[in-house]
Design a protein around this ligand. Structure first.
Ligand SMILES: Nc1ncnc2c1ncn2[C@@H]1O[C@H](COP(=O)(O)OP(=O)(O)OP(=O)(O)O)[C@@H](O)[C@H]1O
Length: 568
């Protein structure tokens, strides 16, 4: 069996999804968790379908901001500083069961080699040149802004702000290496047009396309900084007087994390180590079977703040190096605090670890997915998080608790009505057309559910997906309420209990990517065997072996009710 699974994994579809690598200048917040969660659900869904999936995340550890913060925090070397800070991101992933295959750090030696390789390819192909750079630079954003986007700071004399991020800019003149971004406008436009799903959602695609079409010319991009100013970075190949610009360095992580540039170009199976197993820091070896093909399935999930870097700069670097482009860039909105983007630098953040410690990590996961849409910004309210938990307790938890009560027998119902049983559900309600009809439409809903999961997860429409899940849970509760199994003869009682427990069992198996820990508690409560928690067992009646002790456990509940914290 294990051998067969291994073979299946090798030949089944392999795909790759990425979060941005985060800047570890302060602790992560709900926004970082959100990007990771969108990826995690997608990745876990692939695994549930027994497809091979790679999910990479990590930290962006070079640059002036880190250099300055490290100095002001009294560290003699920035590496020691980031060695401490990146652990907060690993910890966040661990608390929330973010099941990545590699946590990449831009200080990892294999990544540093890849950045140099990417540079050399762009240089060899004629897309890098040395020149003089004058302009307005924002340390905070690690980027230059054109004159048209610079204004005087109304609250500080002699200081200037850029109009895009509102951060301070200073005028600088220095020698830099430049990337010939100006040569890529037409190629980018044609790629976006030929691949309608390359930028998703469609509103973002149109926005970026319009920006490219209305810009007369893209300006060449400065991609290095003098080492005298930027000490903490990767030296440009053959010229230690310059350090590689952080974005050129950071974006390359997406290639390094699945085996690197050479293996992608040659499409040779690559054994990659340092694929930490979800925060445990156990180094594992992982084989990327066909790196080039895997790379072409890559989906980058990013916040809208870094859309330009991923849809304009990144594809241009790749084209310049002769590398294929990833499949898609998925752009999501921001979580706000009082109408302003939650951000580490501003400190206006909600601490996800604190929320998880009281409400539970899966409740936070569910809440973020249910209350967000890619196209919109989200508003985090603890009151609503608390209500989410309450709903899960009172609707889903209660459905399970009721059916596991001492009046009923889940095991008997399952044996009677599963595939290996003999009775058909509707048969026992022949004389009650209303209940019979309700059962029929409920079964239809259940049968459609896997396809709904497939569609909504592919389109990152998690709030719509969870709406569908609630619809089925509510329908099952109504069935119990109207069917009154406690008043019925044994076959009819068992039919209602069976269908209700099947609803919970099937939905829980499918919801494992969404709530990995809570799913285990819900499946444990009805004694579903470990090996039957897979996609093979999501058909109605496909598991005839669960429910053994369900009605003998007394009042054991998978999810306890807790009060709203602030009102205490
Ligand atoms: N408020 C937010 N809502 C949603 N995602 C966010 C939010 N803040 C950060 N992210 C995620 O993190 C990425 C940016 O990472 P970064 O480390 O720069 O976060 P940040 O909080 O904006 O940091 P800083 O304030 O230092 O700029 C975004 O593209 C997105 O994926």
């Amino acid at each position: 069996m294990q051998y067969r699974t291994a073979i299946h994994r090798l030949y089944s579809k392999a795909s790759h999804i990425t979060t941005p690598i985060f800047y570890p200048n302060a602790k992560p917040h709900i926004g970082h968790l959100y990007s990771s969660l969108l990826c995690d659900v997608h990745h876990r869904w692939q695994l549930l379908k027994e497809n091979q999936s790679f999910f990479t995340t990590g930290t962006d550890e070079h640059g002036l901001k880190i250099q300055l913060a490290s100095e002001s925090n009294g560290f003699d070397q920035p590496k020691k500083f980031v060695d401490k800070l990146y652990m907060d991101f690993v910890h966040l992933d661990k608390i929330f069961d973010i099941n990545y295959t590699r946590f990449i750090r831009t200080t990892d030696p294999d990544h540093i080699e890849n950045v140099k390789e990417l540079w050399q390819l762009c240089l060899k192909n004629g897309f890098i040149y040395k020149g003089e750079h004058k302009g307005w630079y924002s340390i905070s954003d690690e980027t230059f802004y054109p004159e048209s986007k610079v204004v005087k700071d109304p609250s500080h004399d002699g200081k200037y702000l850029n109009t895009e991020s509102n951060n301070e800019v200073i005028y600088q003149s220095e020698t830099n290496y430049f990337f010939r971004l100006s040569l890529f406008r037409e190629r980018l436009i044609s790629h976006i047009k030929q691949h309608p799903h390359f930028i998703f959602p469609v509103t973002k695609r149109e926005q970026i396309l319009q920006e490219l079409e209305t810009t007369e010319n893209l300006l060449d991009l400065s991609i290095s900084r003098p080492s005298t100013r930027l000490k903490w970075g990767i030296s440009t190949p053959n010229d230690p007087s310059q350090k590689v610009y952080v974005w050129f360095d950071a974006l390359c992580n997406y290639l390094s994390s699945i085996g690197g540039i050479s293996s992608i170009l040659n499409n040779t199976a690559e054994v990659v180590s340092k694929h930490y197993n979800a925060g445990s820091n156990v180094e594992m070896q992982l084989t990327i079977p066909h790196p080039k093909e895997v790379w072409q399935t890559t989906i980058h999930v990013i916040g809208k703040d870094i859309a330009k870097f991923h849809t304009i700069y990144w594809p241009s670097f790749l084209l310049a190096a002769g590398l294929p482009l990833p499949k898609q860039v998925v752009i999501h909105g921001h979580w706000l605090c009082n109408g302003v983007k939650m951000s580490k630098s501003l400190g206006n953040v909600v601490d996800p670890v604190d929320m998880a410690s009281y409400y539970g990590s899966d409740i936070v996961r569910w809440f973020l997915l249910e209350n967000s849409k890619l196209e919109e910004d989200g508003d985090f309210q603890e009151q609503r998080l608390s209500e989410t938990r309450e709903l899960l307790v009172s609707k889903w938890g209660n459905l399970v608790n009721r059916c596991c009560g001492s009046k009923f027998d889940v095991e008997r119902a399952v044996t009677k009505f599963s595939n290996k049983g003999h009775l058909q559900l509707q048969e026992v309600f022949q004389n009650e057309p209303e209940i019979s009809q309700q059962i029929k439409s409920h079964i239809k809903l259940l049968n459609e559910t896997k396809d709904v999961f497939e569609e909504k997860i592919t389109l990152f429409q998690y709030s719509q997906l969870l709406k569908h899940v609630w619809g089925i849970i509510n329908d099952a509760n109504t069935l119990v309420q109207n069917g009154k199994p406690w008043e019925r003869e044994v076959d009819q009682q068992d039919a209602i209990i069976f269908l209700s427990m099947e609803t919970s069992r099937i939905l829980t198996i499918l919801c494992q990517p969404i709530m990995p820990a809570l799913s285990q508690s819900l499946l444990d409560r009805i004694d579903v065997l470990e090996e039957r928690r897979t996609i093979t067992f999501i058909e109605l009646g496909s598991d005839e072996a669960y429910g053994k002790y369900s009605n003998k456990r007394g009042r054991e509940v998978p999810l306890k009710r807790i009060p709203y914290r602030l009102s205490e």
